[in-house]
Structure formats: structure tokens, C-alpha cells
Design a protein. Structure first.
Lengths: 237, 249
């Protein structure tokens, strides 16, 4: 992260961080790609890993619901749709914290490039859409490390529908925000929910200042832009 | 932060807090028995008991995967689950809810583990304050002795071994519990703990607890409309009577 005068701002946590961890010890880079299902997020991350490793950078990948601690239980809870708002929110935060402490921080300390397939912004946006208090969320995620770069792949809701249906012929319950009762029709609900999510992301962008990228374009053209931006970051420009 | 009564909930929440071995669980159990016998709608909820979250917590504890941050978050998750799914609906339905440990346990423990107090309190700020909080304060040595007598093998997190206070679990447990007690006492006034002398006899303490509750809460408002019917009498079969041991009432 750089400030307006181009001077490098030292690494920091958004809030108090993790007790006992010094941000300045984290020599690696944390790069986040955000976006809805069908935004091309995972494809782009796979391409970035290949590119970065070819260039000789060691990488580690993290994503939501991948912690040893709670991923199984979280899956179960979601399948049954039995958790209330704060509970689900805290469960995801636990999952995030576990990966932060056990995967991201050690890798960053060792100088790796950590690629995060979604980060706290998706979690916050989901909760904001569900009416959770943003001050509460800000405090909760005060444990998170500020990434070196965040790319949000913005794709029109209509285009997301097409991509999701082409891929799996169905719209995911949660990605359609069916728990919100926006519409009993999953197609309508998906459009409404994704539009609301985009608004939440734009609101978060104001606070967290990430790069919004047009994800409606071809995969190659997004890859090209990502490489250019990440290349500049790694060159310390 | 407001109490459930101040928030106009029809129900009331009574919490007990204290160190392991302070006798608080015994007291809340006796309290529950009394309220049930009085025909009060009562529900009991225990710290760290949400079915779903518990499996993750116990895995984390067994494999020693938990850090102060994840320890704090997973307990907050457990609490939120019980709060949203059980406590809130019951309190809206006019129950007297008894909690063996409430948010103050997290405030004391997580801060002792090194989490910032503001962050921990922020996590739990969706929860209202109990209408009454009893803090069972026993001498540290008394609490320690009760635990150490009953369960000679201390668990890793229970003993605060993750804090590296001492390589000896017993010594670690003593230091850890001592620090938790300090945290509790520091917040006692702020949250209006009713501090009970837990060195006293069980019966004496219980009599006082019941008296205090009867003074502060108009219990007849929380009665079931009709008394619970007694279960039908079971006829013991002949064989059991012949071979069974003496049964006391």
C-alpha cells in the first residue's frame, strides 16, 4: 500500500491485529482477489499462481471455509441453514482467524506471496446485506492484516447468472441470498442479492480502498491487467 | 448496555459467574430445582454447549489448535448460537433463563489470554446484560483445591498452558486462575455483580441466592399457567422388586 505521495506505508493490521504478532516481520505479500461466484476469481488465482511460480515466487493460497478448525462444522451448519446471523458471522470469522494465524502469517513471515481467494470484504458485505452493524464488523475484523493489494472483480448480476448456469446449471442457495427472503424465486433472488452485494462492496471500497476491476471482460484481458498491477507491486513501484 | 428487563423482555436472565471450583454450578442447579418446583418457566443454558460449535471447539482443544484469537472467536460463536436460537426466543416467551457463565467469562478469560478488552467486549455487544449476575467468590486456594481434588489431570487450555506461564500444569493453572479472578473483580462494580461468599456452606449460599432473587424478581409473573402434571406412576415389575437393591426416596 502506498499513500498519495508514493511513499511506502508500512504494513499494518486494520485494528489491534493478533496479539504478539509484529506486522513489520511479515516480509511477504498478501494479494486478495474478491468477487462473486462466476466473477472469474478462482480462474484468475490459478493463473496468477502459475505465473508467479514460474517467475520464482513461492505462493500459498487461502480462501473462505478452508480452516482445519471449523470448515467441516461450517459446511454442516450451512447445509442445514440452522445458524442465525451473528452466529454464522462469528463462525466465518473463526475460520478466517484460524487461516490467518496458521497459514497466512507464517507464510508472510517466510516471505511467500499469499493469494487469498476472498478475504474479509466478502464476509463483511454478506453481513451488511443482512443488516449487521458495520461498527461491530469493523471491530470483529480488526484482527485482519491489511493486504498489499485487493482486486475486486465486478461482474453484472445478469452476466453472473449466465456464467453460473453455464457452469453448474443451478444457482447456489447462499449466492442467491435465499435466506434473506428477497423472493421465493431463486432467479429473482439471485439478481437482487448480487446487486445488493455489489452495492455493499462499493461502500466497503470507500473505507478499504481496493481496486475495482471490470470482470465482464474476457479472462485473458483480466489476467493481463492483474499481471501488470501485481508486477508493479512486486517491483516496488 | 441494558438488561432484558430494561429492554422490555417479558423474561428474565440470571447468570452465575466464578472460577472453576467456586461452586457456581451447584448453586445454579439448586436454583433451577427451586424455580421448577415453584412452577416457574425456567431454562438452563451452559457455557460452551451449542451442539454444532462444540465439535469444532473440542477438536481445537484436543489438537491444541486454538490461539487466543480463535479461542475467543469460537466461544463467541458458541454463545451467539445459544443466544439467538434459545435465549432470545425463551426470554420473549417469558422464561426465567439461567446461565452458567455469561459474557463476563469471555471478558475475563480472553483478556487474560492477551486479547484486547475493547475487541472482546465489541464481539459480545449484541448481547443484553443479565437482570441479575451472581459472582461466586471463593478464596483462590479453595477453588484450586476443589478442582485439583476432583480431577487430578488438568486439560491444556483449562490450565492456561497455551500462555506458557509455567511448564507445570498445576502451577500454570494457579497463575491463570489468579489472573482471571483479578479480571473478574475489576469488572465487578461495572456490571453490578452480586458477590457471594463461596467459602460458606452450600445451603447457606443457596438460601441467600433464593432470597435475593425473590426480592428482585416478581416470580409469580413467570409461572406456568397450570402446574406441570406429574408423570404417571410406573408400576415396578415384580422381578425388579425382588432382586433390586433398596431404593430410597
Amino acid at each position: 500500500m502506498k499513500n498519495s505521495t508514493g511513499k511506502k506505508i508500512s504494513r499494518r493490521f486494520y485494528g489491534h491485529g493478533i496479539p504478539g504478532v509484529k506486522p513489520e516481520d511479515l516480509a511477504g505479500k498478501l494479494i486478495v482477489v474478491e468477487g462473486a461466484d462466476g466473477s472469474g476469481r478462482s480462474t484468475q488465482i490459478a493463473r496468477l499462481v502459475e505465473w508467479l511460480e514460474t517467475c520464482g515466487h513461492a505462493t500459498v493460497q487461502v480462501g473462505l471455509k478452508r480452516s482445519t478448525l471449523v470448515s467441516e462444522e461450517l459446511d454442516k451448519a450451512q447445509a442445514g441453514n440452522i445458524l442465525s446471523r451473528s452466529t454464522l458471522s462469528l463462525f466465518y470469522a473463526t475460520d478466517f482467524a484460524d487461516q490467518l494465524e496458521n497459514t497466512m502469517l507464517p507464510a508472510l513471515r517466510a516471505g511467500f506471496i499469499v493469494l487469498a481467494d476472498r478475504y474479509i470484504y466478502t464476509l463483511m458485505a454478506r453481513d451488511m446485506v443482512r443488516g449487521m452493524n458495520s461498527a461491530w464488523l469493523k471491530n470483529l475484523y480488526g484482527i485482519a492484516l491489511e493486504p498489499d493489494a485487493v482486486f475486486y472483480l465486478s461482474v453484472e448480476a445478469q452476466e453472473l447468472v449466465q456464467r453460473n448456469l453455464a457452469k453448474s446449471a443451478t444457482l447456489d442457495y447462499w449466492e442467491s441470498g435465499m435466506d434473506l427472503g428477497l423472493s421465493r424465486d431463486v432467479f429473482d433472488s439471485f439478481l437482487k442479492y448480487q446487486t445488493a452485494m455489489q452495492m455493499a462492496f462499493r461502500q466497503l471500497q470507500k473505507t478499504y480502498g481496493f481496486t475495482i476491476m471490470d470482470g465482464n471482460r474476457s479472462v485473458d484481458s483480466v489476467t493481463k491487467e492483474l499481471r501488470k498491477k501485481i508486477g508493479a507491486l512486486l517491483a516496488g513501484e | 448496555m441494558k438488561t432484558f428487563a430494561e429492554l422490555n423482555f417479558p423474561g428474565r436472565l440470571i447468570a452465575v459467574e466464578g472460577l472453576d471450583g467456586s461452586g457456581k454450578s451447584t448453586q445454579i442447579y439448586l436454583l433451577k430445582r427451586w424455580l421448577e418446583a415453584e412452577g416457574i418457566k425456567v431454562y438452563f443454558s451452559e457455557w460452551n454447549s451449542s451442539e454444532l460449535v462444540k465439535s469444532a471447539t473440542s477438536k481445537g482443544k484436543k489438537r491444541e489448535l486454538l490461539t487466543p484469537t480463535t479461542f475467543s472467536l469460537i466461544h463467541a460463536t458458541d454463545f451467539a448460537d445459544r443466544y439467538e436460537r434459545h435465549l432470545l426466543p425463551l426470554l420473549r416467551a417469558g422464561y426465567v433463563v439461567l446461565c452458567d457463565r455469561y459474557i463476563f467469562t469471555a471478558f475475563a478469560r480472553d483478556v487474560t489470554r492477551g486479547c484486547p478488552p475493547d475487541w472482546v467486549r465489541g464481539l459480545y455487544n449484541f448481547a443484553a446484560q443479565p437482570d441479575l449476575t451472581f459472582f461466586f467468590k471463593a478464596d483462590l486456594e479453595v477453588s484450586l483445591q476443589r478442582i485439583l481434588d476432583g480431577r487430578p489431570k488438568l486439560k491444556f487450555f483449562e490450565a492456561g498452558m497455551d500462555l506458557r506461564l509455567s511448564t507445570d500444569p498445576y502451577e500454570s493453572f494457579r497463575i491463570f486462575q489468579g489472573r482471571i479472578l483479578e479480571q473478574y473483580m475489576a469488572m465487578s462494580g461495572e456490571f453490578k455483580f452480586m458477590v457471594m461468599d463461596a467459602n460458606q456452606h452450600v445451603e447457606k449460599q443457596q438460601a441467600l441466592v433464593r432470597k435475593l432473587i425473590a426480592e428482585k424478581i416478581d416470580l409469580k409473573k413467570f409461572k406456568r399457567r397450570s402446574p406441570l402434571p406429574l408423570p404417571p406412576a410406573v408400576q415396578p415389575d415384580a422381578k425388579t422388586v425382588e432382586t433390586g437393591e433398596e431404593v430410597t426416596a
